[in-house]
Design a protein. Sequence first.
Length: 189
Amino acid sequence: MSRLEPNSREGEWIIPIDHAFNVKGVGTVVVLVVVLGVIKQGAVKAFDRLKILPSGKDILVKSVQMHDDPVTECKSPARVGLAIKGIDADDISRGDVLCSLGSLDLKVATDPISAGFIKSPYYKGNLTENQTYVISVGIQIKPVKIKYNNTNTIEIIPEKSLVFFSGQSYALLKPDNVGTRLIAKGIIQ
């Protein structure tokens, strides 16, 4: 009989933020989650110094909790709560990412991004460059425009800062569409 074992990923911290709120007297508490409720990569412990993207602010981890219990360290894969210092909850959005101070893998884009493009066979509409679409990358959902060149690549033009890494998959959506809302999927280059 086979057993499912957690697949721990070591390396630089990559922790997408699901929710943030202020707690009086403690600082800012951030409940962190990656898709399926796990830390994407790395291990975090109290007094680690991290960076929050896309703002680029440096933060300090004051304490770590798992399932409302304090722990000294939490490794991937796990859902965690962190009390942090250095930023206010109002400056944090769903999909922002906590990472290592010198993380080179993650990028913040406000300029066009090249990406692979596979149009959904169920989407019958045409793509236009002046239309606003929505991109889903990780747990981020951001407005974008696209430059479609009728091949298997597009340029994604974010209207707000987008955090990603090369090779990450995305979904392109048109939420106001009457029929199929999923337009395409692809890999960011």
